[in-house]
Design a protein around this ligand. Structure first.
Ligand code: DON
Length: 304
């Protein structure tokens, strides 16, 4: 057994015994009944090999991790024009906060808070019906992961549509400031569906390989864009928990309220971890602890 496999097995055993697992997101009713006892982890290395442990083959709702993929698609399609509509600063506020958006006249702080991700989805809808945009999105995920068995869970998307009042408020505020080019219900229909994509840890780690920058791994964007997406993951990927994640883990990461986190170790690896219980900032409690332990065990950090 490789050293990495032994480390993952040890971390999975530690997480199985962890007493404080956080709280499962319940504002999307379909996610409220997920068993918080689950934990999975997968690592794809720069040489193309991979290792997994725990529930790495269980599908989960990727939720806000989807924002990395839609940002990559939007940058590939529109290039730097996107930055006229969305900023690149950490928000220091919750992922769904409305406060800053009004104060800053409809320009979201970054593409990972909900308001920013809604603008990115709106940009991807340009010239496309929502169904076509979602088809492109699924093709992107499947191509990046080299796996066609990736789908959107319609019940999760519907469940969020019925309860997504804050996101509707954000979309209407964006509209009021002229920063939405399509009707709010079209944009949010697409956004809720992108969030409702389901992947396993193994699929998510594979899908993240294009952000690693290693000769053996797929290259879907220019190196300059890969570096910038990593910079945004580092500074904004965990919302008002981004500083804490950088302090503890020292690597770029993007979380979702389904309990998944995609972490990139530049030039070395893509890591996906999943445990549904969340901390106060809406990021996976055990997922964060697990990647903190993995990074320490492997000596992985962007800070040397
Ligand atoms: O917009 C929402 O509220 C969800 N679909 C996604 C939020 C999310 O995953 C935040 N991440 N931790």
């Amino acid at each position: 057994m490789s050293d990495l496999q032994a480390i993952l097995d040890r971390i999975a055993a530690e997480m199985a015994a962890a007493p404080d697992r956080g709280k499962v997101a319940d504002y999307i009713p379909e996610l409220a009944s997920i068993d918080p006892g689950q934990f999975g982890i997968a690592v794809c290395l720069a040489d193309g090999t991979h290792c997994t442990a725990g529930d790495a083959e269980v599908r989960f709702s990727i939720q806000s991790v989807s924002k990395v993929f839609t940002l990559a698609m939007a940058l590939g399609r529109l290039g730097d024009q996107l930055w006229a509509r969305v900023g690149r600063e950490p928000s220091g506020l919750a992922f769904n906060s409305i406060l800053q958006l009004e104060h800053e006249r409809g320009i979201p702080r970054n593409p990972f808070i909900n308001a920013g991700a809604i603008v990115v989805t709106d940009a991807l809808l340009s010239g496309h019906a929502p169904r076509e945009m979602l088809g492109d999105y699924l093709r992107f995920l499947r191509h990046a992961a080299d796996d066609d068995d990736i789908h959107i869970n319609e019940s999760v998307a519907r469940s969020e549509t019925e309860t997504g009042h804050r996101n509707f408020a954000l979309a209407h505020e964006l509209c009021a400031h002229g920063n939405l080019q399509h009707p709010p219900d079209h944009v949010l229909g697409a956004y809720f569906h992108q969030c409702a994509a389901e992947m396993t840890c193994r699929q998510l780690a594979f899908a993240g390989r294009f952000l690693v920058n290693a000769p053996e791994l797929p290259s879907l964007l220019s190196l300059a864009r890969v570096r910038r997406i990593n910079a945004l993951m580092m500074t904004c990927g965990h919302y008002d928990g981004s500083g804490e994640f950088a302090f503890r883990v020292g690597l770029p990461g993007k979380s979702g309220v389904g309990g998944g986190i995609l972490v990139i170790v530049p030039s070395r690896a893509a890591v996906a971890v999943w445990s549904p219980g969340l901390n106060a900032q809406g990021n996976s409690q055990l997922g964060t602890l697990a990647v903190e332990r993995l990074a320490r065990a492997q000596g992985w950090s962007v800070f040397g």
